[in-house]
Write a protein that binds this ligand. Structure first.
Ligand code: DQA
Length: 153
């Protein structure tokens, strides 16, 4: 738990293919690039006094390594869009289960309106909250929730 002198540390993790945001199915995922999304979040975090780290990987093991590192580097919360690994990865679920802080799962699209296979999430078994269908605003809502709930249960 960070002291008053240490800012709240939050890790934002983006899963596979999210590096293609802006050009990947913009009718579903929007026209902002991942850099646009991260920059807007970083501005919001700075204004809120949050130390934000944004990472993206196309590789399951790299996402797991980042989650494991967050166990011991003072990270209080993880905001994660596991992308397709949402629906397949017991290993990411296990890594998140070994992380003690808050976990918010974010999806740009409303996965519940889409193919049946997108309607099951392993990560939701661990997530404290799930946001879907708000586009990049979902990350901002997640950050706000993390800040508002910091220090409470
Ligand atoms: C996604 C939804 C997933 O089903 C998909 O595989 C993605 C992105 C979303 O943000 O809407 O890559 O997580």
């Amino acid at each position: 738990m960070p002291s008053a002198a240490q800012p709240l540390k939050v890790l934002v993790l983006h899963g596979p293919n999210l590096n293609l945001l802006g050009t990947r199915q913009p009718e579903i995922y929007g026209s902002e690039t991942l850099s646009d999304v991260n920059r807007a979040l970083e501005r919001r975090a700075e204004a809120a006094g949050v130390a934000l780290v944004c990472r993206q990987s196309n590789h399951e093991g790299e996402l797991i390594d980042a989650i494991q590192a967050a166990r011991t580097d003072g990270t209080a919360a993880i905001i994660i869009n596991p992308a397709a690994y949402t629906h397949t990865s017991v290993a990411i679920l296990d890594a998140l289960n070994a992380f003690d802080g808050r976990v918010i799962e974010v999806h740009l699209s409303n996965v519940h309106q889409r193919e049946a296979f997108r309607q099951h999430s392993y990560v939701s078994l661990r997530a404290d909250g799930v946001i879907a269908g708000l586009g990049s605003q979902g990350y901002h809502a997640a950050l706000e929730a993390v800040v508002a709930q910091h220090g409470s249960a």
